[in-house]
Design a protein around this ligand. Structure first.
Ligand SMILES: NC(=O)c1ccc[n+]([C@@H]2O[C@H](COP(=O)([O-])OP(=O)(O)OC[C@H]3O[C@@H](n4cnc5c(N)ncnc54)[C@H](OP(=O)(O)O)[C@@H]3O)[C@@H](O)[C@H]2O)c1
Length: 322
């Protein structure tokens, strides 16, 4: 087995052993052409890490060009797909010690593809795997609460026998998703909608900060198990007030119903479609507003070098102004 530098320390990663780790290990990133994966790669390079990124042969030219530009900073690119035969994927992983997955897709990728990636990582002699979890607290949910989280839980069970150390990074909801994909904010109508208790605390983190925490975890020789991070913990009432402060606009906070009514709405939508992406946004909201997927604690303090930005600053940059 390849040697792996272990720096003795208490909780938290000092700059000294962080740097020791960066020179001693190579990180393999699958999903590097994606929104989160690309930023994980940049963060790792910023820290002086050796990084190899998997790029699919048919990937979009612009997305590939963004990675090609990073080759000047030492990034290695290797062509492949996480569904490739294990031997081929293991050769792509090569001498990497840590495999990070930031892929996105359906169960064929999140379950079967990631299991394949784990088997390839084992064969290559890697030591650690960071799966494409990056969510609310998936350890507290049941498989049927959220279809996308269910796939991640099933994947974890399927590679549960692995010899690799599996480190799951959880970040709550992306700020980008809270003001976008979730469909909560209607800038034109000037409304912020929510279900359930407006005072339930919710975990959220921006994409860049999630990438920075993931890079810190990937380079931390002592990281183990589930690592939880939150840029902000805000209720929907505080979220609404933050958006008003950041934009200088009056926005109406609109209650759409109770958490039980949200559950009924999800059941109705699920019965009417074969496409889970039509209701998964509501499932994320249910998991959050009920408090079921709330972090009990966060691990931000282990990585003081990552200083997550506030939602207010993020919205000031991203949202339409008054
Ligand atoms: N907490 C939240 O609010 C939140 C929100 C959004 C996403 N996420 C999570 O963040 C993670 C990354 O999501 P994202 O939005 O960054 O995804 P994304 O932008 O859609 O990128 C997906 C990546 O996966 C790659 N990929 C897909 N199929 C592949 C295959 N067969 N082999 C190798 N690579 C493959 C894609 O490559 P190509 O470029 O070749 O297609 C791309 O690089 C996921 O776990 C997602 O659930 C969390």
């Amino acid at each position: 087995m390849r040697s792996f530098v272990r720096a003795g320390r208490g909780p938290g990663l000092t700059e000294e052993n962080y740097n020791t780790m960066t020179t001693a290990s190579k990180i393999f990133v699958a999903g590097a052409t994606g929104l989160l994966g690309g930023q994980i790669v940049s963060n790792l390079l910023d820290r002086g890490a050796s990084v190899r990124a998997l790029v699919r042969p048919g990937t979009d030219g612009d997305k590939k060009a963004a990675l090609t530009a990073l080759q000047a900073r030492g990034l290695e690119l290797v062509e492949g797909d996480i569904t490739d035969p294990v031997e081929k994927l293991a050769a792509a992983i090569g001498d990497a010690t840590t495999v990070v997955s930031a892929i996105q897709g359906g169960p064929d990728l999140i379950i079967d593809g990631q299991v394949n990636l784990v088997r390839a990582a084992e064969q290559a002699g890697a030591r650690r795997f960071i799966p494409s979890d990056f969510a609310i607290d998936i350890t507290k949910l049941d498989d049927e609460d959220n279809v996308m989280i269910g796939w991640r839980r099933k994947a974890a069970a399927a590679y549960g026998d692995t010899s690799l150390d599996v480190i799951s990074v959880l970040n709550g909801a992306f700020y980008e998703v809270m003001i976008g994909f979730m469909g909560l904010v209607d800038w034109e109508a000037g409304t912020v909608s929510h279900w359930g208790d407006p005072d339930q605390p919710l975990d959220m983190t921006s994409v860049p900060d999630t990438a920075a925490f993931t890079a810190a975890v990937a380079l931390d020789p002592e990281a183990k198990g589930t690592q939880r991070f939150a840029g902000e913990v805000l209720s929907m009432r505080q979220f609404h007030q933050t958006l008003e402060r950041a934009t200088g606009r009056g926005l109406t906070l609109k209650n759409l119903g109770t958490a039980d009514e949200l559950r009924a709405e999800i059941t109705r939508k699920a019965a009417a479609t074969q496409n889970p992406f039509e209701y998964v946004g509501l499932q994320y909201q249910w998991c959050m507003v009920t408090g079921k997927a709330k972090f009990d604690n966060v691990d931000n303090a282990k990585y003081p070098q990552v200083k997550p930005g506030s939602l207010e600053d993020f919205v000031r940059q991203a949202a339409p102004k008054a």
